[in-house]
Write a protein that binds this ligand. Structure first.
Ligand code: ADP
Ligand code: MG
Ligand code: MG
Length: 899
């Protein structure tokens, strides 16, 4: 049998059978737009008769160097007959002409990327026939002139201006303000002018044969897959080049048949806030693209009931059916022809992170989707976006009071942005990339050619267009803050300035835009991080995520205030408290230095005794903040020289003192310099640090363990539930633990005795040296928990020093494909990951209840979190700000791989 390239509106079952039943593959074959047209037809919604040419046909066409594949054209002609029958009209028949649109549609929607031609089938004869049929000459010639213009621009590749200029002059000549002011006769005249424009530009006539029109338009759709705009968009969104686009030939329905007709686009919920109310625009007496193009002022969908009550009511019902069917917020296009509603498109609506989360939570509460589905639908990046900066309240008030509110437009994509303005995409991109500026792109409106500039910008501001304009749609998709339709702004592209009221801003000036409120301010307004506790929907969603996950999320926190933030963000423990930060504090550092330089055990003890109370109070605050939850405290890790003054600087001081003959304090400085020099190591990160330092100089960790247990005991007495876990860093052999751990445990027991309280505690180790991972079975004999320090583990497994690698060769390695990714950002599963896997397995053989976590930066990376789930970690620990993202990622891992 001949290959099927074309599917008629009622042949969805055949397409499903061909691809093997999966909806995703149906979309791949018929394109997203096509597949949903079939689906809407199947569930009984009013869709004009149509047929779809597959993406396979497109790929075959492009592969063959612009030849329709064998049989495709005949199948199109055949399908056209099916459409004619259903529509009760005939293509090219002057007595009862069928008109169609030719629409592109790839698997993933690419807004505005590919072009659509409406009113195909009109020519001088069918136009005359339609006038007879409808008695509406104005409508017919309006449609005809639209066809010539669109066909010219899209299919013949003529510049838009060729027609726009003629139209502008013509309107002026006739004294018409809007297109709708033009009379039937005038439009008829315009058609003649437009045909002349085609002839002048192309050297041949606008094709009168409807079949030829359809053929050329279909070819243009195929070709547009490889247009520059489409390719740029695919690069930016990681859509594969191999998908191809389908062609949809759809019976025309007319929104421009008079004031009982119209056309519109709508989201079934607000795509910016997620609120459950219809959101969109419509226009009476207009054809499709008028709404999106922003040429005429659209009306809000809420008022449609006043103009077209019956159709409006039916439309509301259909949006409900669609949401139930797709279990998702939909973005729809519709047309009303003489009061009759037609659905022309539906797809899952693009939305902001905030809307995604609200819609997911609402749909669970409405019984439309399950909690699992809600959690799955939200991406880690969206959760991240929710914690993005917003304006500092106080600064915002001041800006307002100071008269810096410059303009107000439509709040198209939320988030605050501060940057310098540029008036075209190329300059915006250049300033952002080459000059590293924070850029806000300002345009009257945007087009697909502007996307590169929009992506490089921190924010987008337009003076025209509405919530469904190109700028708004693209900005929402990429999470760029955006204000559109700030109509008080007059942009002068020649002078490179924009004026609103009496304020003029010039290229390079700073402005602040708020895509959540639509406000635009002159100058900079500082940004702050939002409070998670106020984001009820996100909290609800994350609580559902926790129910789903097996992995817990803990946080890395050194101070009580970090611990409190971590806890409010949902952390279930502290996975890493770095004690050395406490040594760096201004009033403590001199004592620490004295301790390090001590020449006798007594001297060292004395200094440490001075440090003890402050360490104790650090830990006290931490235990209090984490009441009831585990707190892992890591004993001192870095090499001692980090606490000492800079050697070079000190050397300079000494030299200059000698030269100037200053004697006071010179000998102390010389002594200090000598000590620092004696501590010098050629590779300190692999030198005297971690557990090695503890064994070399045990007094420090003995003091630390005392401080930990004294604080824990004091807290326990106050009624706080403490779960201290002492972590020994950089272990490489069990012998090290055998040496140090019993001494420390003895101190722990002693303190509890002194204080007269007992509580449970753990001693464990970091696994960050390959040897430790390999001998984990041994190490687990003493260690009650493991925590993977994946930064060091990655460095030592690869033999890379991270800083040097990232500065020098890592980028090249990734570019050349030697490394798939930066292994310091995402765990290298084959190498480092293999060691982790081995350590968990061996460790749990020795100690089945072994607690395993990760405290490196990888703990906040979704892909690495998934791996930790697979390896069998109990928790991941990350910075407090990453905790919400990690909670979601942990749930995703459980949803994908099972608990
Ligand atoms: P895009 O992907 O850019 O939205 P579409 O193929 O959806 O392109 O078409 C552009 C505009 O033309 C839309 O507003 C759409 O509703 C309208 N349109 C497309 N086909 C028809 C048709 N057969 N009858 C009436 N309007 C149509
Ligand atoms: Mg569309
Ligand atoms: Mg380390």
């Amino acid at each position: 049998m001949e290959k099927k390239w074309v599917y008629l509106y009622n042949e969805l079952a055949q397409a499903e059978a061909y691809v093997g039943g999966k909806w995703d593959d149906v979309r791949g074959l018929l394109g997203g737009k096509g597949a949903n047209l079939f689906e809407m037809y199947r569930i009984g919604l009013p869709v004009p008769p149509f047929f779809t040419v597959t993406t396979e046909a497109c790929n075959a066409y492009l592969a063959s160097g612009s030849k329709f594949p064998e049989g495709m054209w005949d199948q199109m002609i055949e399908a056209l007959k099916g459409v004619e029958e259903k529509a009760g009209k005939k293509f090219g028949d002057p007595d009862n002409p069928l008109l169609v649109s030719c629409r592109s549609g790839a698997k993933f929607s690419m807004p505005g990327m590919m072009d659509t031609v409406l009113n195909i089938g009109l020519n001088d004869k069918t136009a005359a026939g339609m006038v007879k049929l409808t008695g509406n000459e104005r409508f017919v010639y309006d449609s005809y002139r639209r066809l010539i213009q669109m066909f010219g621009a899209v299919v013949l590749g003529m510049p838009d201006e060729a027609f726009e200029d003629v139209l502008e002059d013509f309107k002026k000549e006739k004294g018409a303000k809007a297109d709708t002011d033009l009379t039937a006769d005038q439009l008829k005249e315009l058609v003649v002018k437009y045909k002349a424009v085609v002839r002048k530009h192309m050297g041949y006539d606008f094709p009168q044969d409807p079949v030829e029109q359809m053929r050329l338009a279909s070819e243009a759709v195929f070709k547009s897959w490889n247009g520059k705009r489409a390719i740029d968009y695919r690069r930016a969104t990681n859509i594969p080049d191999t998908l191809g686009t389908a062609v949809n030939i759809v019976t025309m329905v007319f929104g421009n048949m008079g004031w009982d007709s119209g056309t519109g686009v709508a989201f079934t919920r607000n795509p910016s806030t997620g609120e459950n109310i219809l959101y969109g625009d419509y226009l009476l007496n207009a054809q499709g693209e008028d709404v999106v193009a922003g040429i005429r002022n659209t009306k809000a969908i809420a008022t449609m009931g006043e103009d077209l009550p019956e159709a409006a009511k039916q439309f509301v019902e259909i949006t409900k059916i669609l949401e139930k069917h797709y279990r998702n917020m939909q973005d729809v296009e519709f047309t009303i022809e003489k009061g009759k509603l037609w659905m022309l498109q539906t797809r899952d609506g693009k939305r902001t992170a905030r809307a995604e989360i609200k819609i997911a939570v609402d749909m669970v509460n409405e019984g439309l989707i399950s909690k699992e589905m809600a959690v799955k639908r939200v991406t880690p990046a969206q959760v991240d976006a929710m914690l993005h900066p917003q304006y500092d309240e106080k600064a915002l008030k001041e800006a307002r009071a100071g008269g810096r509110l410059y303009a107000k437009g439509v709040n198209a994509s939320p988030g605050a942005a501060v940057g310098q303005i540029y008036f075209d995409a190329d300059t915006a991109e250049k300033m952002a990339k080459e000059q590293k500026q924070q850029v806000i792109m300002v345009r009257p409106f945007t087009k697909p050619d502007d996307v590169h500039g929009m992506l490089a910008s921190k924010g987008i501001l337009t003076s025209e267009g509405g919530a469904t304009s190109h700028a708004a749609v693209v900005a929402r998709q990429f999470g760029v803050p955006c204000v559109v339709g700030a109509s008080s702004i007059r942009i002068d592209l020649d002078k490179r300035e924009a004026t609103a009221g009496d304020m003029t801003i010039k290229e390079g000036d700073w402005i602040s835009i708020d895509g959540g409120t639509g406000e635009v301010f002159t100058g900079k307004i500082p940004l702050t991080v939002p409070d998670l506790e106020e984001q009820k929907d996100l909290l609800t969603l994350l609580n559902w995520a926790d129910e789903i996950s097996r992995l817990q999320v803990w946080a890395n926190a050194d101070y009580p205030k970090d611990a409190r933030r971590a806890r409010s963000y949902g952390a279930k423990g502290i996975g890493l408290c770095r004690t050395e930060h406490m040594f760096f504090e201004q009033e403590r550092l001199p004592i620490v230095q004295r301790m390090i330089l001590a020449e006798s055990h007594e001297e060292r003890k004395a200094a440490l005794d001075e440090l003890l109370p402050s360490q104790r109070s650090d830990f006290d605050g931490l235990f209090e903040a984490m009441d009831g939850l585990p707190v892992i405290i890591r004993l001192i890790d870095p090499p001692l020289h980090e606490f000492m003054p800079d050697e070079e600087k000190l050397f300079e001081d000494v030299i200059s003192m000698r030269v100037k003959g200053e004697v006071e304090g010179l000998s102390e400085k010389e002594k200090l310099l000598a000590s620092i020099r004696s501590m010098h190591e050629s590779n300190p990160m692999m030198g005297l640090r971690g557990v090695r330092l503890s064994i070399y100089m045990p007094e420090i960790v003995e003091m630390q363990v005392r401080a930990i247990f004294e604080a824990a005991a004091d807290c326990a007495k106050r009624g706080i539930t403490v779960k201290p876990e002492v972590m020994i860093p950089l272990t490489c052999t069990i012998k090290e633990l055998e040496w140090i751990q019993p001494r420390l445990e003895a101190i722990a027991k002693k303190v509890m005795e002194e204080k007269g309280v007992t509580f449970s505690y753990k001693f464990g180790t970091m696994i960050e040296i390959p040897r430790a991972a390999v001998t984990a079975g041994e190490i687990a004999k003493l260690a009650e928990f493991f925590s993977f320090g994946t930064n060091d583990l990655t460095q030592m497994t690869y033999g890379y020093s991270r800083d040097d690698a990232e500065r020098n060769f890592l980028v090249k390695y990734v570019e050349e494909g030697i490394l798939a990714k930066n292994p310091f950002q995402t765990i290298d599963r084959e190498g480092v990951g293999r060691l982790m896997h081995m350590a968990v397995e061996e460790g749990r053989k020795t100690r089945p209840e072994l607690e395993v976590g990760i405290c490196g930066e990888h703990g906040g990376d979704p892909e690495s979190i998934e791996f930790c789930h697979l390896v069998g970690n109990n928790y991941v620990s990350c910075s407090p700000f990453r905790v919400p993202v990690a909670r979601l990622a942990a749930a995703h891992a459980a949803l994908t791989h099972g608990k």
